[in-house]
Ligand binder design. Structure first.
Ligand code: ZN
Length: 281
């Protein structure tokens, strides 16, 4: 294993550009599991589970809440849960440490916004499915995304009996209609200017790295993931000087034969792997 870690560090050091691809497995290594009905879910969302019957954070995101007061009680609680400590986890700090001095770009489907919380700058970040802290008009009457931090933390604090006070409920400044968190939970998800700009930045990064030494560093992305994993694998096969590094657990670790000679796979706990990598860096 030591040799493998050394090889990864060498590849990262030599790289002209690093694409970091991250999904649910990275959040799980931080202790956040949006698909699980675990002790953490029961402790933080037990009242919602009791009232509506959903059994995970992700089910809550898709739940058709009967009123705005109830909808915002959930989404502000989720915001608070993801970001309440205000401090980045050691997992994220280690990941940042690993790439911060390189030219890198992050593409993720994680909605907890932990990359920005850790200090990853926005212009190096493409959050494909949005995140828990931005708001948009539900009607999609205009393309603007709004930072929701203040209103979300106030709603998280002031909610009672599963409802937020009526006067805190955000309204679209243009059409006065309802708003929602900028997450891809329905067809309303805005892929407007801000989303397009991030997508374009990601494309530009890949274009600029063409032909150079590229590292595609994938963390906790499921074996059959089409959103992040498939494009990274394809890029590896197209790019002569690319190295595909994937960190995952057990059968979720997957490297196709076609790119095996350009790939390094680590089957293990992402928390520990990142710790080790930073230690020998
Ligand atoms: Zn509107």
């Amino acid at each position: 294993m030591k040799e493998k870690y050394a090889e990864i560090i060498t590849k990262i050091k030599e790289a002209d550009g690093i694409v970091v691809g991250a999904s649910n497995g990275l959040s799980i290594s931080e202790g956040i599991h949006i698909f699980a009905e675990n002790a953490d879910f029961l402790e933080n969302f037990g009242d919602f589970r009791e009232k509506y019957g959903f059994r995970s954070i992700i089910q809550g995101c898709f739940y058709p809440f009967p009123s705005e007061e109830e909808k915002w009680a959930f989404f502000s609680r989720m915001y608070d849960y993801f970001l309440y400590t205000g401090e980045a986890s050691s997992v994220m700090k280690n990941l940042y440490d690993l790439v911060k001095d390189k030219d890198y770009f992050v593409v993720t489907s994680n909605i907890d916004d932990h990359f920005r919380q850790t200090g990853f700058p926005e212009h190096r970040l493409f959050e494909i499915e949005g995140n828990c802290r931005n708001l948009q008009c539900t009607n999609g009457c205009h393309n603007q995304i709004y930072p929701g931090d203040n209103i979300l933390s106030e709603m998280a604090q002031k909610q009672e009996n599963g409802k937020v006070p009526q006067d805190l409920i955000p309204k679209c400044p243009e059409c006065d209609g309802p708003m929602q968190v900028h997450l891809e939970v329905d067809r309303n998800f805005l892929q407007g200017e801000a989303w397009q700009a991030s997508y374009q930045a990601y494309q530009d990064f890949i274009k600029n790295a063409h032909g150079k030494k590229m590292v595609l560093l994938e963390l906790g992305v499921g074996a059959r993931n089409q959103l992040i994993k498939a494009p990274l694998m394809k890029l590896t096969s197209l790019e002569e000087n690319a190295t595909y590094i994937t960190l995952n657990k057990g059968r979720e670790l997957y490297i196709p034969d076609a790119i095996a000679d350009k790939s390094i796979g680590v089957d293990g706990n992402i928390t520990e792997v990142l710790e080790q990598l930073v230690l020998i860096k």
